[in-house]
Design a protein around this ligand. Structure first.
Ligand SMILES: Nc1ncnc2c1ncn2[C@@H]1O[C@H](COP(=O)(O)OP(=O)(O)OP(=O)(O)O)[C@@H](O)[C@H]1O
Ligand SMILES: [Mg+2]
Length: 256
């Protein structure tokens, strides 16, 4: 290894200007790109001032990890976007600015939803690729809808659909709706994971584009929820529901 390569190596993780030879080795998997581990991320959360104590890791996902933290004793959930997507082999590393953008987007979407009164954890702050919000749960985090056996499934389905409607009224379509992104806390349904959400309150110059997209996302989301509710023999009337929501959003009647 030459001296220059060594220098490049030590520059590795987040340097925005990757030398071509380093890029080549990333592309060919001959370089070890290590994600900051638990300690590194915990330190970043503390340094950013998002929390004063890290309790533990709640979830390790493909794109993000979620930590239970506290801020002066009060619990908080902190979602830390990974700097590199794991798992797809040969995938390009995604630099910190991209992940910060994702965190910023999710934060904005949650803030919009929360402002409009939709059932989402209150967003607190966002710093770079880190995002803090209200922690849903007690000792243990609230389970995902996917992992619970409901006692009153029909009424809970009503709660979930009311939540989807409330989100749309707040100007948000979730984008990745499924039983994995709804937390169950007693009788309440909390929507999380807004990284793919879109705003539908300001439709811009060609409103049919976002409206068509919203309709597609809503349909896909309700179908994903249907997969879960099927085991209780409950049916979601996807088409009329989507139509109702989209028609309300379509204030100028462009889809008629
Ligand atoms: N506010 C919260 N309170 C309690 N637990 C949470 C909270 N936010 C997230 N979690 C837990 O962390 C898990 C992962 O969160 P989330 O769905 O936002 O990320 P992800 O699916 O890993 O992200 P992505 O799909 O973008 O990679 C959730 O399933 C839930 O168990
Ligand atoms: Mg998720």
């Amino acid at each position: 290894m030459t001296e220059t390569e060594k220098t490049n190596d030590s520059k590795m993780p987040n340097d925005p200007t990757l030398d071509a030879s380093v890029q080549w080795r990333i592309d060919h998997g001959t370089i070890d790109l290590r994600e900051p581990g638990y300690r590194g991320t915990a330190e970043a959360i503390l340094d950013a001032g998002l929390a004063t104590e890290i309790r533990r890791l709640i979830s390790a996902g493909k794109e993000a990890d979620v930590y239970l933290c506290t801020y002066n004793g009060a619990p908080l959930a902190v979602k830390a976007y990974r700097l590199y997507r794991t798992s797809h082999r040969g995938g390009r590393p995604i630099k910190v600015d991209t992940m910060s953008w994702l965190a910023a987007h999710e934060f904005e979407m949650m803030r919009q939803a929360w402002k409009g009164g939709a059932p989402v954890p209150t967003p607190a702050r966002r710093v770079e690729n880190l995002l803090s919000m209200r922690y849903i749960g007690n000792e243990a985090p609230a389970p995902r809808l996917h992992d619970v056996r409901l006692e009153a499934p029909e009424s809970f389905l009503g709660t979930v659909l009311a939540g989807v409607d409330a989100l749309a009224r707040a100007g948000i379509v979730h984008g990745d709706l499924s039983a994995f992104n709804v937390l169950v806390d007693d009788e309440r349904a909390w929507f999380i994971d807004f990284s793919e959400a879109v705003r539908v309150d300001r439709l811009g110059g060609s409103p049919w584009v976002p409206l068509t997209e919203a309709s597609k996302l809503l349909t896909r989301g309700l179908q994903a929820l249907q997969l879960y509710f099927r085991k209780y023999n409950l049916t979601i009337e996807t088409e009329p529901l989507v139509e109702q929501i989209v028609q309300r959003l379509d204030r100028f009647g462009v889809l008629e």
